[in-house]
Write a protein that binds this ligand. Structure first.
Ligand code: CA
Ligand code: ZN
Length: 306
C-alpha cells in the first residue's frame, strides 16, 4: 500500500493539544511527512548576510498526525523507516546564537550540496551523510503549548543524532490521537549542535506508527540495532544527564529485575552519558546502553504494539 503523505504546507510551530489533524492514520500504517528545512527554506545562497529572515517561521514541524485509537497513557511507537533529503543543505553561524554566539561578529550563511549520500562542506571536505530528524514530538501534557524549537518530555527539538532511519522512538500519548509532528532534518550533525544548526535540509521522512498499551517506559526512549537510549532535557546539561541516567536506571529496575545499586554499578561500568544538543532553550542528553546488556525477549514484550 502506498503510504499516505502530509505536505510541508501542513505545519505547526508549537506542539499543543486540540490542533486540527492534517492526517488520520491507523496503527501499523506507514506515512510520509514532507518537511521543510528549519529555516522554512528562507536561506538560498551562500554569503555573509542573513536576508530579512522571518524568525517566526523557524522550525516548522509537518503534521499534526492523529493516530486512531491512541489514548492518554499509551505509548506512541515511531519507527523511522527512511529519511530522503533534498539538496542542498544550509547552515548559518550568527551572533548571539549557540556556543560561539558571543564571539561571532557577523552572520554567515553556507550552502552545502548533497549528492549520492555525500555532503560537501568545501571541495576538500566531503563527508558521508548521516541523515537524522531534529524535531519530532507529540502534543504535550497539559494546556500549555510548547514551541517546536524546544525539547521536552513530549519529544520536540531533541536534536538527537541517533534519530536516523532504522531507529524507533517511543513518546508519550498525552491527548487522543497523540498529534505527532516532525521536521528539522539534518544531513549531518555532531553531538552538541554547537552553532544551533546542522546541515539543515528539507525532504521526506517515512515513518511507521504504532501503539504500545499498558506498558510503563521512561520516555522519551529510543532503540536502534545496537543500543537503547533514554533521552532527557533540562535547564542545564548536568541536570539533563542526571535525568537520562534516572530513566535508564528505572528501566532496569522496573523491567529487568535490577536492584538500584546493581543498576548503578552496571551503568557506571558500561553505560555512556552522551550529549544531544547544548544550544536550545533546554539542553538534551541521552544515556546509552548496548542492547545485548538486556533481556531482549523481555524488551520485545514491553515494547510490543498492542
Ligand atoms: Ca534542531
Ligand atoms: Zn536543525
Amino acid at each position: 500500500m502506498t503510504p499516505e503523505r502530509v505536505s510541508s504546507s501542513s505545519c505547526i510551530f508549537a506542539f499543543k493539544q486540540g490542533l486540527e489533524p492534517a492526517l488520520r492514520v491507523q496503527p501499523g500504517s506507514d506515512l510520509i511527512l514532507e518537511t521543510r528545512d528549519c529555516f522554512s527554506g528562507q536561506l538560498k545562497s551562500s554569503g555573509d548576510e542573513i536576508p530579512d529572515m522571518d524568525w517566526s517561521r523557524i522550525n516548522p514541524a509537518t503534521g499534526p498526525v492523529y493516530l486512531e485509537g491512541a489514548c492518554p497513557g499509551d505509548i506512541l511507537k515511531i519507527e523511522i523507516k527512511d529519511i530522503r533529503l533534498k539538496s542542498p543543505a544550509v547552515m548559518i553561524a550568527a551572533p548571539g546564537e549557540g556556543v560561539l554566539g558571543d564571539r561571532i561578529e557577523k552572520p554567515v550563511t553556507k550552502i552545502l550540496p548533497l549528492s549520492d549520500s555525500r555532503i560537501e562542506f568545501s571541495p576538500d571536505r566531503v563527508y558521508q551523510q548521516e541523515p537524522m530528524v531534529g524535531v519530532i514530538g507529540v502534543a504535550p501534557a497539559g494546556e500549555e503549548e510548547i514551541p517546536t524549537g524546544h525539547p521536552g518530555l513530549h519529544g520536540g527539538n531533541m536534536d538527537c543524532k541517533l534519530l536516523q532511519a532504522g531507529s524507533t522512538l517511543y513518546l508519550p500519548v498525552n491527548t487522543p490521537g497523540a498529534l505527532l509532528a516532525a521536521g528539522d532534518m539534518h544531513a549531518l550533525m555532531g553531538d552538541g549542535e554547537i552553532v544551533v544548526c546542522a546541515a539543515e535540509a528539507g525532504g521526506e521522512l517515512e515513518l511507521s506508527l504504532d501503539l504500545v498499551k499498558g506498558s510503563n517506559l521512561p520516555l522519551p526512549l529510543l532503540e536502534n540495532s545496537r543500543v537503547i537510549s533514554t533521552i532527557a532535557s533540562a535547564e542545564t546539561l548536568d541536570e539533563a544527564v542526571n535525568r537520562a541516567v534516572y530513566k535508564m536506571t528505572d528501566l532496569l529496575i522496573d523491567h529487568f529485575d535490577f536492584t538500584l545499586s546493581e543498576a548503578g554499578m552496571l551503568l557506571s561500568l558500561i553505560g555512556q552519558a552522551e550529549i544531544c544538543q547544548v544550544v536550545d532553550p533546554l539542553k538534551t542528553a541521552r544515556f546509552t546502553l548496548a542492547r545485548e546488556e538486556i533481556n531482549l525477549k523481555k524488551w520485545q514484550e514491553i515494547t510490543k504494539p498492542s
